[in-house]
Design a protein around this ligand. Structure first.
Ligand code: HAM
Length: 437
């Protein structure tokens, strides 16, 4: 039987056009993130499983990690997320680094999930994190970056919504108000996270099952269900509104509004699955009616760096996946038609392959990306090939052109032809490249 040509289930091959799109996505991510003063880092794709045990969350660690033994008998994991790795790196140089640290990375991550719309087993994820800032300026900056990236792709605020919640406030509700134990609070957080995907009665029954009979008798579960239906901070009970965590959330929303980010809403059911978040959490939703789902998210996690035995460090960040971003851009018609990396395709006419080399090399030396058609091939066929490859210019070099040092440049999009010197051709194509970028 012949070998399969399919990539591993839930993972992707990147043919040049896919890679081109990915490079486009990454380059905009990099441009915007660096605009806010962030520096790029990286770490190995393999990590010890213990790194994720403490705080990543049961589902990822026990059901979704790729774990195996290396040849030396060590248990290793293909990283399912970047946050523990970056926290490890920062902890290793806790004393030497200059704070605030503004770091970003675009790692390839692996999670053994059931592949479905928007979720695969491998994805790339932009991670943007700021270390060493206690106050809300960190959240503001991180959400501004998330917003600026979407705008850089041409998105407008009506296309997405930024949902915000406070884990601290939720903690207050669960422990002080509902008097739940640690285990009950943890189970309830998980359940609230899944609420949108459950029928209302099934959710209510699952909440009831978490409460003890005496907790249920005091009407706590009904009160919780009522709370979870509230969509504005002003609807919350007075005592809860007075909580510092709630006040902070309100302030944050007001500041974001002032920084021209109007599409922010409060979502009391937003928990985010990962265990390490300690305070503000946020998630960006696609507003497209066919894809009304979470695109990416993050939050504050002040306890992770400290797990490595160094002084704790306040941290805020987010992870933006390439799969969900692409679906978003596609849905809103924001994906451009990308041209090939090759600027010009040279077609030699007649027996001039050898004499044409000087002109071809000159173009490369002047910074153009130049591919050359095989000598003696049919001109029409080669033009079609250039077109299909997404190359926008063809340059013809024949005996006449070589004698006059004037070459015929055809723009394949407009079919216009002009004759110029190599220097002029280089400048035309360079100008074209900058207007395209
Ligand atoms: P997360 O919510 O698990 O957070 O993932 C962040 C984003 O990565 C998701 O919203 C989605 O865009 C993408 N993503 C995750 N899993 C998949 C998948 N199986 N297929 C496609 N895309 C996926 C984290 O990973 C946190 N470590 C993010 C963070 C950084 N928080 C603070 N700093």
């Amino acid at each position: 039987m012949a070998l399969s040509t399919q990539p591993y289930k839930g993972a992707r091959d990147f043919y040049p056009e896919d890679r081109r799109l990915q490079k486009y996505l990454f380059s905009k991510m990099r441009t915007v993130t660096e605009r806010f003063g962030y520096e790029e880092y990286d770490a190995p794709i393999l990590e010890p499983i213990e790194l994720y045990m403490a705080k990543t969350g049961d589902e990822i660690v026990h059901e979704q990690t790729y774990v195996f033994q290396d040849r030396g008998g060590r248990t290793v994991t293909l990283r399912p997320e970047m946050t523990p790795s970056v926290s490890r790196m920062v902890a290793a140089k806790r004393q030497e680094l200059q704070y605030p640290l503004r770091w970003y990375s675009i790692p390839n991550l692996w999670r053994y999930e059931r592949p479905q719309h928007g979720r695969l087993r491998e994805h790339w994820q932009l991670n943007v994190d700021i270390f060493g800032v206690k106050d809300a300026s960190a959240e503001i900056e991180i959400i501004q970056i998330a917003d600026a990236i979407l705008r850089e792709f041409g998105a407008t605020p009506d296309m997405y919504t930024i949902r915000l919640n406070s884990r601290k406030m939720m903690d207050f509700i669960m422990r002080e108000d509902l008097k739940l134990s640690d285990v009950q609070a943890h189970t309830l957080s998980r359940l609230i996270d899944r609420r949108a995907k459950m029928p209302a009665d099934a959710f209510a029954a699952a909440v009831d099952a978490i409460f003890t009979p005496s907790q249920r008798d005091t009407g706590n579960s009904d009160r919780l269900l009522e709370l979870l239906d509230m969509t504005r901070i002003e609807q919350l009970p007075e005592a809860l509104q007075r909580q510092p965590a709630t006040q902070e959330l309100k302030e944050l929303m007001a500041t974001l509004e002032q920084s021209r980010i109007p599409n922010v809403i409060f979502d009391i059911t937003l928990m985010r699955g990962l265990d390490y978040y300690t305070d503000i959490v946020f998630e960006v939703y696609d507003n497209h009616p066919d894809n009304n789902r979470s695109m990416f998210g993050g939050g504050r996690y002040d306890g992770l760096v400290g797990l490595f035995g160094v002084d704790p460090l306040p941290t805020v960040g987010f992870g933006m996946g390439d799969v969900t971003l692409r679906t978003f851009l596609e849905g809103h018609g924001l994906l451009p038609n990308l041209r090939s990396e090759t600027d010009v395709y040279v077609i030699t006419i007649g027996q001039v392959y050898q004499q044409a080399q000087a002109a071809i090399q000159e173009m490369r030396e002047l910074g153009l990306n130049v591919a050359v058609a095989p000598a003696g091939s049919k001109t029409d066929k080669q033009i079609k090939i250039a077109h299909k490859k997404g190359i926008h210019y063809v340059l013809f070099i024949g005996q006449k052109e070589l004698e006059k040092q004037q070459y015929t440049l055809r723009n394949l999009l407009t079919s216009q032809e002009e004759q110029h010197s190599i220097a002029r051709i280089v400048s035309i194509i360079r100008d074209y490249r900058t207007t395209e970028a």
